[in-house]
Design a protein around this ligand. Structure first.
Ligand SMILES: O=c1ccn([C@@H]2O[C@H](COP(=O)(O)O)[C@@H](O)[C@H]2O)c(=O)[nH]1
Length: 279
């Protein structure tokens, strides 16, 4: 099954557009785990178990593991997600981008070491920095397009005088992902929930690629506007999937012993808002 099929299946089976982001920060763990980086796996596995039936994807952010020398715990967590949620695809948020030979190693890390179904990439270094990931047929690669942070404006909203029609950089990335770069239909785009108008523009330029949309919850993005801007229904079930990510709002919904129940409640609340926006 390709990554695209996995997304569609999980969306249908769990009735959800929600992606729960796994950004473990030990200083925010509840009292019995607080400050203990050796408990990253335990914390994340508890969140996975509490939300597996509510999500269309999980998105571990690699920096939160690497910063604590917890790569082995990430490997264990990937195996746990496979067991606990076999039909939920896993997007490794790594935002890699480097020359081809180095990109080959990053692709190996994402798809062979961690066994991710998709990875996030920076397109800044051009197509040859993306190509090594596309050799893994059936795997997905999300290109950063219009990111959720205010600084995204610095480059992504600049116009490219050299390209006909003078699109902005993010519009150009969207068009590349929809067209010439998307050799085997593996590409997706990252667009921030904090910019619904840009999501709509990206969807117009890239009508069939999956979108990964972070920025609801802790960053204050509008969940309703996000779905209205990016989700396109299709009676044949061939929609271009939209996965709306929430990390901290779910993970740290409570800092008490009830963190698992609170995470589940927050995930249900967000899932329901996203679902309601589809009509
Ligand atoms: O434009 C982007 C791209 C990636 N992210 C990542 O998503 C999560 C968001 O976490 P929240 O706690 O829900 O704010 C995080 O891992 C970021 O690295 C993003 O926020 N914006």
């Amino acid at each position: 099954m390709t990554f695209l099929d996995q997304l569609r299946t999980a969306e249908r089976q769990n009735g959800s557009l929600l992606c729960v982001g796994l950004d473990p920060e030990p200083s925010r763990f509840p009292a019995h785990l607080h400050g203990d980086a050796s408990k990253i796996y335990d914390f994340c596995a508890a969140i996975v178990d509490a939300t597996a039936d509510l999500v269309m994807a999980f998105k571990p952010q690699i920096a939160y593991f690497a910063a604590h020398r917890a790569e082995a715990q990430l490997e264990r967590l990937m195996a746990h997600m496979r067991r606990a949620a076999p039909n939920v695809p896993i997007i490794l948020d790594a935002k890699r981008g480097d020359i081809g030979s180095t990109a080959e190693q990053y692709a190996k890390e994402a798809f062979e070491r961690y066994g991710a179904d998709a990875v996030t990439l920076s397109p800044f270094m051009g197509f040859d920095s993306i190509q090594p990931y596309l050799k893994y047929h059936g795997k997905g690669a999300y290109l950063l397009c219009r990111t959720s942070n205010p600084g995204g404006d610095d480059f992504q909203n600049q116009r490219l005088a050299s390209v006909e029609g003078q699109p902005t950089l993010f519009e150009h990335i969207a068009a590349l992902a929809q067209g010439p770069w998307n050799l085997n239909g593996q590409l997706g785009l990252v667009v921030g929930a904090t910019y619904p108008a840009e999501i709509e523009r990206v969807r117009a330029l890239a009508p069939t690629v999956p979108l990964l949309i972070p920025g609801v919850g802790a960053q204050g993005g509008d969940a309703l506007a996000t779905v209205k801007a990016g989700w396109r229904g299709d009676a044949q079930g061939t929609t271009a999937p939209v996965s709306v990510n929430s990390s901290r709002a779910v993970l740290y919904a409570s800092s008490g012993a009830d963190f698992v129940q609170a995470a589940r409640a927050e995930a249900i609340k967000t899932r329901d808002i996203l679902q309601a926006a589809k009509v």
